[in-house]
Design a protein around this ligand. Structure first.
Ligand code: ATP
Ligand code: MG
Length: 393
């Protein structure tokens, strides 16, 4: 296939370079996967100590929309992807004028805007929570009482529960909208959740698509805390429906790259889609140790136009997110007891090279794999107890 960028040196003797917009932990894990396959890498991120910039062959240290920075990234990269969804879509469009860019700016800009995202889910025939778009005071006043209690979410720039306010009354809704600066928002009905799941798919330039198994996710304070993936956790019929929905959502934008779709499973057994992320996802980090291909390997393959083969999970898996909170005991900064944690069978520690810990900051993750479900649970719960992470069900 002519679009494939085969790894290793190209005919001109230069190493083929894959570029990424953004230098966070997702970019770092992409860089590691690309380098393992023999590609050189380029990262564009303004931060001199960004996790991905620190490990990449090239680090272009400019703002995301800096024309010179973008020109430099395009000059050294054969194809370019993104690692954070708030990357300015116009910057991707500039890069796409001369280089392969995946996912495309059009798909990323849908994921950047909750209103557009929900409209996309509607078009794909995938149900989401009842909602109303609020862009002005008249729309606010006209909101149906049926949507309360609800969650007011800014349409743009929200992540890890930021830009969200829970509201029970019309009065609280008014105040919440003002507290969010009167920007465009969606009000979503608060649903009684039984669980939260996500599905990661990878789709190639040629339309070929593969997926990972359904992930079962536990959030705390709006941030992903634990992902568990093993048999018996998600009903197989439900899993099939979620995978079908995630594939339809990717297909509906002719998506190229790795896409994560988050779902809410309701107490009455129904489910709705929550949102999508146009990149690898925190809930897919277990794939690094529990699957024969990780989500970052598939990101490399989709970008380079290499074949996609359905990934296989070989071990039950549990991922614990490591937030900056773990670096503090009684207000004092300390290092977590990695020596004790690494003494547990099946522990895989991934730290992102961030130079300082802050509460709520994603510092790394800890994957557990084992031959059996009970073993993986025992070891992961043991690690959680050592680290001071609340136990999970
Ligand atoms: P992310 O870090 O995943 O991008 P986010 O800031 O975009 O997070 P959401 O995924 O919209 O936020 O919501 C964060 C969490 O809040 C959800 O995982 C869920 O636990 C809860 N939540 C959000 N919307 C609803 C809803 N309509 N009903 C019940 N719970 C909800
Ligand atoms: Mg979310």
């Amino acid at each position: 296939m002519s679009r494939a960028l085969l790894p290793g040196a190209a005919l001109d003797g230069q190493q083929v370079t894959l570029g990424v917009m953004g230098g966070g932990q997702l970019g770092r894990m992409f860089v590691h996967a690309a380098q393992a396959m023999g590609y050189a890498t380029a990262v564009l991120d303004p931060d001199a100590t960004s996790p991905a910039g620190l490990v990449s062959h090239h680090h272009i240290q400019t703002a995301y929309e800096d024309p010179q920075g973008l020109a430099q990234l395009a000059a050294c990269s054969a194809a370019i992807t993104t690692e954070f969804e708030n990357v300015p879509a116009p910057a991707l469009a500039v890069l796409a004028a001369t280089r392969t860019v995946a996912p495309a700016a059009a798909a990323v800009s849908i994921a950047q805007d909750r209103a557009q995202e929900k409209a996309h889910f509607d078009r794909c025939g995938v149900p989401c929570a009842p909602y109303a778009v609020i862009t002005n005071a008249a729309q606010l006043a006209a909101v149906s009482r049926d949507l309360l209690p609800g969650i007011l979410k800014t349409t743009r720039m929200g992540y890890d529960g930021k830009g969200q306010v829970r509201v029970a009354t019309q009065q609280a809704l008014q105040e919440a909208w003002q507290s969010l600066g009167g920007v465009a928002c969606v009000l979503e009905k608060m649903l009684p959740l039984a669980s939260e799941c996500s599905v990661i798919v990878a789709r190639g330039h040629d339309g070929a698509m593969v997926n990972f198994p359904v992930q079962h996710n536990l959030h705390r304070d709006g941030i992903l805390a634990v992902t568990q993936v093993f048999e018996g956790l998600v009903d197989p019929q439900l899993a099939e429906q979620l995978v079908t929905a995630a594939r339809a959502i990717a297909q509906g934008v002719a998506y190229v790259g790795v896409l994560c779709v988050e779902f809410f499973v309701l107490q009455d057994g129904r489910w709705v889609v929550n949102e999508m992320a146009p990149r690898p996802h925190n809930s897919g980090h277990y794939t690094m140790d529990a699957c024969d291909q990780s989500q970052f390997d598939l990101q490399v393959r989709t970008l380079a136009g290499l074949p996609l083969v359905q990934p296989r999970q070989h071990s039950p898996a549990i991922m614990l997110n490591l937030l900056g909170d773990l670096w503090f005991t009684h207000g004092q900064e300390t290092s977590p007891a990695w020596d004790q944690v690494l003494a547990l069978p099946g522990a895989h520690l991934h730290l992102y090279g961030k130079l300082s810990a802050r509460k709520g900051r994603k510092m790394g993750h800890l994957n557990f794999i084992a031959a059996t479900t009970s073993e993986v649970r025992t070891n992961a719960l043991h690690a959680a107890a050592i680290l001071g992470i609340e136990a999970f069900g």
